[in-house]
Write a protein that binds this ligand. Sequence first.
Ligand SMILES: Cc1cc2nc3c(=O)[nH]c(=O)nc-3n(C[C@H](O)[C@H](O)[C@H](O)COP(=O)(O)O)c2cc1C
Length: 183
Amino acid sequence: MNQPALTEDDLHHRLWMELQRATNDRHHDWRTPVLASTGLDGFPQARTVVLRSAERAQAKLTFFTDSRSPKVAELQTQARASLVFWSKRLGWQLRVSVLATVMTEGAAVEAAWQRVSQLPAAGDYLSTAPPGAPCTPEEVGVCPQHNLCIVSAQVLSMDWLALAKEGHRRARVSADSVAWCVP
Ligand SMILES: Cc1cc2nc3c(=O)[nH]c(=O)nc-3n(C[C@H](O)[C@H](O)[C@H](O)COP(=O)(O)O)c2cc1C
């Protein structure tokens, strides 16, 4: 059975619309992508993060983390990283190649902290010891200064895979082109 035709513009629009939706909808599967970076020892490192913003005009995705976490040192050493999204509802996987920049201070970081500090998640950015340091659960102290930073991921290209009974589809998507390819 034929699937509805999807133009290059449609695909760009749908991808960024779903990414944007994921930042507002706690139940959207794309809210929690896996971020893959290169560990300081050269091994791949992958972990889940919460997608905080998706700006099509700037081709930029952001997430928050603790500036002392290992992923920050990794991204500062090797900015090339990948974000992988899977949505069961859409049947879509999206692999996004990015260049990451870490922002540890400035108006955007303080605005983000103003919002996060009202939430239970605030504690994630207030531990006295850095994330990953050995401790017992009772031992996690609270420090007065937050360690929230914003990681800005500049999108270089995307690999879209759509699974469907009628036939899978795949495309390599960059800012100005869409190349359809064999799934
Ligand atoms: C659903 C989910 C969402 C998460 N969101 C974030 C996040 O937005 N930022 C973050 O730093 N860690 C987040 N984490 C924790 C990370 O996956 C990871 O365990 C932690 O950041 C340590 O990573 P690192 O040692 O590679 O720096 C999340 C974990 C889960 C399960």
